[in-house]
Ligand binder design. Sequence first.
Ligand code: F3S
Length: 383
Amino acid sequence: MAAEVLIALAKAYGAEDFIPISSAHVSGISYLNIGDAGVEVFEKFSKGKVSVPTTVNPMGFDPDAPRTLPKDGKKILEGQMRILKALERMGANVTLTCTPYYIIDVPRHSHVARAESSAVVYANSILEAYTNRESGISAMASALLGVTPYYGLHKPENRVPQIEFILDYKPSTRAERSALGIFIGKHKKTVVSVSEAPEDKDAFKLMGAASAASGRVAMIRVGVEAEEKVHVGKEEISEVIEELSSGEDPEFYYVGCPHASEKELREFYYKCKENRVISVAPQIYYKNIDLVRKIESKGARVIKGTCIVVSILRNRPFVTDSGKAARYCPKASLGNVLRKIREHTLLYPCISRVALFPFLLGLVCISLPAPSLPDKERVRADA
Ligand code: F3S
């Protein structure tokens, strides 16, 4: 089956050859999204073994965070369990994160097969790796066979920017950096250039994820000229922020889309308020468990292996600095979460722990405080 998938892909894109990959990243592993049909596909794939290091995207809930669990929990847990077991049988590293670059190293200039659009932009732009925007199925097939069709962004000649964004205004907050990404994505190009580099890799991550979410961006280069040029000023950035403001009273503030780095987690700790929700990779969570506990002692919540966007919390009103989350969640507003925020009442007033909660994968975990109902005070998303 894996070979059929890759041959069909090669034919569709006119690839005459295949190229070895150093790793793969598979998305679409949430039972909430793929249901029983998806479970069957993964179980069919699980007759084989991956031939390169393979990481996987988040699932639809954190078993330790009851508010992320859908009502029909039993069926969903069972379905998710079957998917995770199938991935384990194949030898995949069940990382449950959209930031595989925090988990495994990617050799520079190596070819990889990545589904998850934000990880694609990061790989091509920051890691100097080569990948197309794969689907979950094609990335899985490549993981098993260790190759990918040689076309698109695997070819150096296709990595030339089709458009250059000249920044007349430098984004000064994470929300503005995300808004720039959304603006870039709207131009429907695959390889783009920006005139100035974001301040650090985390800012690049936010911008790249947003650009991929609002369009088909797969690579952002810095300071490389292109024939088509577009100027971006404060007005364009503000328009995007306005567009992505739902006007709903937020119940909480969300950071960690894409999943937070260790540096971001530390930053969140210092700037943390009680009604924050932060999502991270399980590996980052456990590696920094003391910090996680400190953050949670302030009343904020760290969720792992999932995110707001892929969980049932996506339909709640919240403010986020992530353009991707704001784009995909109907009641989200793009705004600055870590600075310039107004004081408001608690989202998590009830610190009533601790009840044992049955954990997926046979573990027993502790359930932590759940969000309260929304406070009605209006909080403006101040970007
Ligand atoms: Fe990652 Fe979820 Fe955002 S998978 S990129 S945190 S939508």
